[in-house]
Design a protein around this ligand. Structure first.
Ligand SMILES: [Zn+2]
Ligand SMILES: [Zn+2]
Length: 659
C-alpha cells in the first residue's frame, strides 16, 4: 500500500499547509479534521487540505511526521474549504487564523454530546395581511438550491419577521438547515421568543456569551442535524453546517456586522459569499437597507420586495422638528418644553414615552471650573465620561475606571467639577424633575449588557412597569412595544458631524429605527426631533420620509468621490507603545514604492484616536479602482516590510471605522 501524504492546515498564523503522512491503516480524504504534532510538543487540530501520493522533491521523507488522529465523524465539506480560501484572500488574513474561526475549540471531542437528530416542529398558523402574503410568495420562488440574494425591505412594524419565518418554514419542510443572523446579541432574546411561539420549539442560539457546553452542542448539531435552525451573531457563519438551505440576515444595514477585532470582516458580505458558494438563497431584511445593498438592487444583482405599510394598518408616525435655535433651552437643561408637554399627554393617555440620546453616562466632558483642566484617560486620546450611577469616571475607549476626585489634580481647587453636556443619566435626572411620580428607567450597554438584563428591561417596558425610558441606540432595533406612542430625540446633530464615510447614513438609519418604535399597535405615534440645523438636507429628507431621495443623493456623492461601493479602500493601522517606532515604520512601509495606476495612498497620519490603550497609532489609507489589484498591492507592501517586534500592524479591508 502506498503512503499518502496530506497537506494539513493548522489553526496557527500561517498561510501555507504542512505535510504529514497518514498511517498505513488510516484512510484519509480532503476535509477530514485531524490532530497533528506541531512544534516541539504541541498537538494541533487541523484540516486536510490536499492529498498527494508523492512528495514534492524539496521535502525530506524522513522529516515528515505522522498524523496522530483522524476524527471519524467530523469533516468539513468542500464548500467550507472554499469559504476559508475566499475569506483569507479577501481579508488578507493568514489562512490558518481563518480556519481558527471555524474550529472554536482546540480539543474537539467526538460523540461527546448526545444530540437529537430529528426535530418535531409544531408550527403555528398565522394570518398574514395581503402585502405580507405577496412578499411571502415572492420569496417562495427563490427557495430552491440556487444562489439568489433577496432584499426584504419594509417600514418598521410591517411584519418582515413573519414573512421570512414563512421562508424558514418552507426550508424546514425540505429537511434543510437555516441560519438567521442578527447584528447584536441584544436582539436574540426577542427573536428567540418569537421563533418559539411560531415554531413550537426553541431555536439554537449562537454568540460569544453562550456557555461552553451550549457552544459544543450547537457546533455539533450544525454538523449533524437536519431541519435545524440557528439564530446567531456574526460568528455563526463559521459553524460547519451540513446542509444549509437558507441564510437570513436580519437588520442587514447594521454596521455591527463589521467585526473590528482580530480578523476584520463584514459578516453580511461574507454571508452573501457563503450563500453563493453553497448555491442557496439569502434574504437580507431591513427597514433601511444599506447604500451598498441599494446599489446592488439598482444594478439588478439583488431581488427586492418592499413592504410599505405597518402590519397594524396604522399610519406611520408623524415627525416634527423642534428648532432649538428658536426654542431656547434653559441653562443646563436639554429637553424642550414641547417634548415635556407631549410626555405629559402620553402619560395622561396611559401610554409610554421614549427619549433617545446616543450617549452613555452622565456627562461626556468633565472639567475644572477654576483652571480649565480636562479629565482625560491616561491611556487614550479621549475625555473621561462621568457615570454618576457608578460614581466613577470612565474611558469609553479602553474601559479604564477613575475615581471622582474631591479636588482638581492640577490646581487643587475643591468643588470645581464642571460637567459639560448630557448623557442619558443626566436626561433621566431632568425628566425626573418634571415627572417625579412616574417610573423612569435607563437602557444602555451599561445596564443592559447581557441577554438576561436586556430581556428584563424589555419585559418591564412591555408590561408597562416603566413609563418613560431614556435609552441609547441599544433599544433602537427590532423591539416591539405596543404602548409606546411618543419618541423624543434629544440630539440628532452630533451624529451628522462625524466625518467618516458612513456617519450620515448611520444617523439617518438610527433616526428611522428609533422613530419606528412609536405607534406600532394601538394608535399612530409621534416623533419629535431636537435640532439646531432643521434645514440640513438629511434632516429634511428624513422629515418628509424621502428615503429614496436620500439614497440617490448619497450614492451619487460616493460615486463622484469613488468611494465604496464605487471604489475600494483598505486601511493599515500601525500601533506601538513607542511613538517613534510606530511613526518610522509607517513611513517605511510606503517608501520608495511605485504606486500603480488606479491606486492612491493617503498617509501615514496620526489616527484621530492617536493614543489608545497606551499605544500610539498611525493610519494609512489605500484606495483603488479594483479590489484584486488593491489587495495584491496592499499585501505586497506589508510583505516587503515586515513589522518590527514592538510594532503591531492591522490590515482592515473595507474599513468601517476611521478612528
Ligand atoms: Zn483646576
Ligand atoms: Zn482609555
Amino acid at each position: 500500500m502506498k503512503i499518502k501524504y496530506c497537506n494539513v492546515l493548522v489553526t496557527k498564523p500561517f498561510n501555507n499547509t504542512f505535510t504529514y503522512k497518514a498511517k498505513i491503516d488510516q484512510s484519509v480524504s480532503v476535509g477530514d479534521l485531524v490532530i497533528v504534532p506541531f512544534g516541539r510538543k504541541n498537538d494541533q487540530v487541523g484540516i486536510i487540505y490536499e492529498i498527494a501520493d508523492s512528495l514534492k522533491s524539496e521535502i525530506s521523507k524522513l522529516k515528515i511526521k505522522e498524523i496522530k488522529e483522524i476524527y471519524k465523524n467530523l469533516k468539513f465539506k468542500k464548500d467550507i474549504i472554499e469559504f476559508i480560501d475566499w475569506i483569507a484572500n479577501y481579508t488578507l488574513a493568514p489562512k490558518g487564523l481563518v480556519l481558527k474561526l471555524f474550529i472554536t475549540n482546540n480539543k474537539l471531542v467526538e460523540n461527546e454530546i448526545k444530540i437529537i437528530k430529528d426535530y418535531n416542529y409544531n408550527i403555528k398558523k398565522i394570518n398574514l395581511n395581503s402585502e405580507q402574503k405577496n412578499a411571502s410568495s415572492f420569496l417562495k420562488k427563490f427557495l430552491v438550491k440556487k444562489f439568489n440574494s433577496i432584499v426584504l425591505e419594509g417600514v418598521t412594524g410591517s411584519g418582515k419577521t413573519e414573512v421570512y419565518f414563512e421562508a424558514v418554514k418552507n426550508i424546514l419542510k425540505q429537511n434543510k438547515q437555516v441560519l438567521i443572523m442578527l447584528p447584536e446579541i441584544s436582539l436574540t432574546p426577542q427573536l428567540e421568543q418569537r421563533f418559539e411561539k411560531r415554531f413550537g420549539i426553541q431555536a439554537c442560539i449562537w454568540h460569544s456569551k453562550i456557555s461552553e457546553k451550549k457552544r459544543k452542542e450547537v457546533w455539533q448539531k450544525s454538523h449533524d442535524t437536519n431541519s435545524f435552525v440557528v439564530i446567531g451573531a456574526r460568528s455563526s457563519l463559521f459553524l460547519p453546517f451540513k446542509n444549509l438551505g437558507l441564510i437570513v440576515v436580519d437588520e442587514e444595514h447594521d454596521m455591527s456586522f463589521k467585526q473590528e477585532e482580530n480578523i476584520r470582516y463584514q459578516a453580511r458580505d461574507l454571508a452573501i459569499v457563503k450563500a453563493k458558494i453553497e448555491k442557496i438563497p439569502i434574504i437580507l431584511s431591513s427597514a433601511t437597507p444599506s447604500l451598498e445593498t441599494y446599489n446592488n438592487i439598482k444594478k439588478g444583482k439583488f431581488k427586492h420586495f418592499f413592504l410599505s405599510s405597518q402590519y397594524s394598518g396604522l399610519d406611520l408616525p408623524d415627525i416634527e422638528l423642534i428648532n432649538l435655535k428658536k426654542e431656547k433651552l434653559d441653562k443646563d437643561k436639554w429637553i424642550s418644553k414641547k417634548i415635556i408637554i407631549e410626555i405629559e399627554e402620553c402619560i395622561k393617555n396611559k401610554s409610554q414615552a421614549l427619549l433617545f440620546l446616543n450617549r452613555r453616562g452622565y456627562s461626556p466632558l468633565t472639567l475644572c471650573n477654576s483652571c480649565g483642566y480636562r479629565y482625560q484617560c491616561d491611556n487614550c486620546t479621549t475625555w473621561l465620561v462621568l457615570h454618576r450611577n457608578k460614581k466613577r469616571l470612565l474611558c469609553h475607549q479602553c474601559g479604564s475606571i477613575y475615581p471622582i476626585q474631591s479636588s482638581c489634580p492640577k490646581c487643587e481647587c475643591t468643588d470645581c467639577l464642571k460637567l459639560i453636556g448630557p448623557g442619558i443619566e443626566r436626561i433621566a435626572e431632568e425628566v425626573k424633575t418634571y415627572f417625579p411620580n412616574n417610573n423612569i428607567s435607563l437602557m444602555s450597554s451599561d445596564n443592559a449588557n447581557t441577554p438576561k438584563k436586556i430581556k428584563k428591561i424589555v419585559e418591564d417596558f412591555e408590561n408597562k412597569k416603566i413609563d418613560i425610558l431614556v435609552a441609547t441606540q441599544i433599544m433602537a432595533k427590532g423591539y416591539h412595544f405596543p404602548d409606546l406612542s411618543m419618541v423624543g430625540v434629544i440630539d440628532c446633530d452630533s451624529g451628522l458631524m462625524g466625518g467618516d464615510l458612513r456617519a450620515i447614513e448611520k444617523t439617518y438609519n438610527l433616526l428611522q429605527q428609533v422613530s419606528g418604535r412609536a405607534g406600532r399597535t394601538k394608535k399612530t405615534g409621534k416623533v419629535f426631533i431636537q435640532t439646531y440645523y432643521p434645514d440640513q438636507p438629511v434632516i429634511q429628507s428624513f422629515k418628509s420620509r424621502d428615503r429614496n431621495g436620500f439614497v440617490e443623493q448619497s450614492l451619487s456623492e460616493r460615486e463622484q468621490f469613488k468611494m465604496p461601493p464605487f471604489g475600494f479602500i483598505n486601511a493599515i493601522i500601525i500601533s506601538s507603545s513607542s511613538k517613534i517606532h510606530a511613526e518610522a515604520y509607517s513611513r517605511k512601509i510606503i517608501k520608495e514604492d511605485l504606486v500603480p495606476k488606479g491606486i492612491e495612498i493617503f498617509g501615514p497620519v496620526e489616527a484621530p484616536l492617536f493614543l489608545l490603550r497606551g499605544k500610539y497609532r498611525f493610519r494609512i489609507l489605500i484606495k483603488g479602482d479594483n479590489r484584486q489589484k488593491l489587495n495584491k498591492f496592499t499585501s505586497n507592501l506589508v510583505k516587503k516590510t515586515p513589522e518590527p517586534s514592538n510594532v503591531r500592524l492591522i490590515i482592515d479591508v473595507d474599513p468601517y471605522n476611521f478612528v
